[in-house]
Write a protein that binds this ligand. Structure first.
Ligand code: SAM
Length: 285
């Protein structure tokens, strides 16, 4: 049961995290605690995430790295991917800069008129950027993330953001759950107003346009989670609407036409009104 009013998210234990290399070999990700980080914390994290703790970072390959400041995911020995992935909700400058118009579109797509703090389920939470934005615009957001490493990065970002008093009200509206939304959506104890889906777009790893953080996130993508059944499960909940982020020219998810779309420069939001609302989804054969 997901209790939407409760304060604490759960953590899925002992979930082995694997990623596929370019040659499709399966690699388990090591976890390394940098000097200054408590050994107990690294050990607990490794156990919770199903990762193997290492005493020294490898020279190449993926790595979950705990530093004194934050938890990061990186891949070593690849000059094209020299950065690291972490979650930071405190960097207002970056937030203002980043894709302001696409973000405004998301708020318009999710908006529920006349309801204070509607409940929104972000069923593909990822690094929580969209979910955080929605919470900042008044939604109570339940974030669900299936990948334990991504969820741990997100949890770490939320934890650090809690130190900032100006974010207190926004964070009070966010809950994080680790697990597969397909299994968790039917367990909600409150009918959500909106279910939001942002499944990973098809891989374009060779494109220079794909930013480093997205490429790192793609490395962690669990290929076993197909997005089509998630849309079917979301529609079955009977929320006021289901909103799906898609590439601007991508096909409708699962071939199901939305009631309407909001289009940006590179992406669009497909909006599926719930039962009893004006527009209902149409299956395209
Ligand atoms: C493109 S990312 C979402 C990015 C997110 N909207 C943001 O703003 O950071 C997609 C995420 O959905 C997660 N995901 C995919 N299928 C899922 C499922 N069935 N349940 C929970 N999470 C899922 C993936 O692990 C991945 O982290």
């Amino acid at each position: 049961m997901i209790q939407c009013g409760r304060l604490k998210g759960n953590q899925q234990k002992n979930h082995r995290v694997i990623i596929k290399s370019m040659s499709e070999r399966t690699i388990t990700i090591p976890l390394w605690g940098a000097p200054g980080t408590p050994l107990l914390r690294t050990e607990t994290l490794a156990r919770d995430l199903g990762l193997s703790r290492v005493d020294a970072p490898p020279t190449e390959g993926p790595l979950v790295r705990l530093t004194e400041e934050r938890l990061e995911f990186c891949t070593l020995g690849d000059p094209d991917l020299s950065g690291a992935l972490w979650v930071d909700f405190t960097d207002t400058h970056a937030q203002r800069r980043s894709r302001a118009s696409a973000r405004e579109l998301l708020i318009r797509a999710a908006r529920i008129r006349g309801v204070d703090h509607p409940l929104l389920i972000d069923a593909t939470a990822g690094l929580g950027r969209d979910g955080f934005l929605l919470a900042a615009h008044g939604f109570r957001v339940v974030m669900i993330e299936a990948n334990p490493v991504v969820a741990a990065l997100l949890d770490d970002g939320l934890r650090r953001a809690r130190h900032l008093p100006r974010l207190e009200a926004v964070l009070a509206r966010i809950r994080l759950f680790v697990g597969n939304s397909l299994e968790l959506l039917p367990q909600l104890d409150e009918q959500p107003a909106v279910i939001y889906l942002d499944p990973m777009f098809p891989q374009r790893t060779k494109s220079a346009k794909v930013k480093q953080d997205l490429r790192l996130l793609q490395l962690l993508d669990r290929h076993d989670l197909a997005p089509e059944p998630l849309l079917a499960a979301a529609l079955a909940i009977g929320a006021n609407k289901v909103v799906v982020k898609r590439p601007l020219k991508g096909p409708f998810l699962g071939g199901i036409a939305p009631g309407h779309c909001l289009k940006g420069k590179a992406i669009r939001f497909d909006v599926y009104p719930g039962p009893g609302k004006k527009e209902s989804p149409v299956q395209i054969v």
